[in-house]
Design a protein around this ligand. Structure first.
Ligand code: SF4
Length: 404
């Protein structure tokens, strides 16, 4: 996702009313159903303010137990230092569900994570996203209408009754609600294998949203299915670009979505790093393409990546395929190991990076002053249906093993 300020002015600009997914100008034509077009009201502290760290500490201390800060592993160091809990989306969903009775949950992550936290926390708690433009390009690749349309096609083909839908945590609340209504569950990269095994114990097919790579990698590398057992549903094409026969034969129907950060890693990156660093271990996230994951030495969620590096003997060499903020933090933390980024070019998650110290200070100081900004509130019915799917996930036995 590209921040709106960097967009060139174009005479080909499509008016917001013409396309449900067009970018909206910041501060104008705000779409309250998404992060598009939103801006932060009031004065934002300057990024150059040398007192930002002290200001954040002071505001957080003033708020005491009234505020609980969750920080995703891909957040900047300047933000993560203020998190009460850090984790991947699975761990943070659990922490939100078990959170202390703090009035305010400040979620330093992206929009879909804050939505899940709102669904899982109590009614008297408010979930706050420091910058409403912190969305997720993968989550934006599946909207409710597209998914409902796909399901209608499955019903017409007579295969809907054979399918359990599973949506990755990285999806909107509306998609989680669809999954809850249709007997499915949410999964994360920590528990995708368990979720798919649970689904196959009940029915013969899975509809996996929105990350095709996590779905394919789990089906093939964890569950032993073949690549031919998986087909991709392209939401831009009639019947998803498939035939009735291919959909009837498929065991896993993968939504055509991907992560713009993990999708950058290639098989060539793996080949290059092995040539450049003899003896290197390649450790990647399962949102990477199948060609990357199947050529890596280890695969796992962010929590698993941290655990593997923590357990690795001193002197070992590692090339890591996940978001750069985390890789850089791990390289600083485990100085007795050689840790490098798998890609030659640098790529942060631009939307995760939107949460910076000025936004956090702005939110915390406003709360301490009795003003509440950027509350994430999910529609009541959507929340109810999505909670069914999230609760099913939280009831799955947890596993952090990558490919066990
Ligand atoms: S790293 Fe990928 S999946 Fe995660 S928030 Fe960024 S774009 Fe979305």
């Amino acid at each position: 996702m590209v921040s709106c300020e960097t967009l060139p002015v174009s005479t080909n600009f499509v008016e917001p009313s013409q396309s449900p997914l067009s970018l909206l100008l910041r501060g104008k034509d705000t779409d309250l159903q998404s992060e598009r077009g939103v801006s932060c009201p009031g004065e934002m502290p300057a990024a150059s303010d040398p007192d930002l760290v002290e200001r954040a500490k002071k505001a957080k201390a003033q708020l005491g137990n009234r505020v609980f800060i969750l920080g995703h592993h891909y957040q900047r160091d300047e933000v993560i230092q203020f998190a009460d809990v850090t984790g991947d989306s699975f761990k943070l969903a659990q922490k939100a569900a078990d959170s202390p009775e703090s009035e305010f949950i400040v979620f330093c992550g992206v929009h879909f994570m804050a939505e899940s936290a709102d669904i899982l926390t109590s009614e008297n708690q408010k979930v706050i996203l420091p910058d409403l433009q912190a969305g997720c390009s993968m989550a934006d690749m599946a909207n409710a209408k597209q998914v409902d349309d796909a399901w209608s096609e499955f019903e017409k083909l007579g295969i809907a009754d054979d399918i359990i839908p599973i949506t990755y945590m990285n999806s909107t609340a509306a998609i989680k609600a669809f999954t809850g209504r249709n007997g499915g569950t949410v999964c994360t990269s920590s528990n995708a294998k368990r979720a798919m095994s649970w689904a196959f114990a009940q029915k013969s097919k899975i509809f996996f949203l929105p990350d095709q790579h996590l779905g394919r990698n789990t089906a093939v590398l964890d569950l032993g299915l073949s690549l031919d057992d998986c087909v991709v549903w392209d939401q831009t094409k009639p019947l998803g670009g498939q035939t009735p026969e291919s959909l009837k034969a498929a065991k896993v129907i993968l939504w055509k979505g991907h992560c713009s950060v993990h999708g950058r890693f290639s098989k060539q990156n793996v080949i290059d790093v092995r040539n450049e660093i003899p003896g290197v271990n390649v450790l990647v996230h399962p949102e990477c393409k199948h060609e990357v994951v199947s050529n890596a030495d280890y695969v796992g969620s962010t929590e698993k990546i941290i655990q593997v590096l923590s357990d690795a003997p001193a002197g070992t060499k590692w090339a890591i395929g996940t978001e750069l903020n985390l890789v850089r933090r791990l390289a600083n933390q485990f100085k007795d190991k050689q840790i490098t980024y798998l890609d030659k070019t640098v790529c942060y998650c631009s939307t995760m990076n939107r949460i910076d110290l000025p936004h956090l200070v702005w939110i915390l100081e406003a709360l301490a002053d009795g003003r509440i900004h950027n509350v994430i509130t999910v529609d009541e019915q959507v929340s109810k249906d999505a909670k069914v799917a999230l609760d099913r996930m939280l009831d799955l036995p947890a596993t952090t093993a990558p490919l066990d």
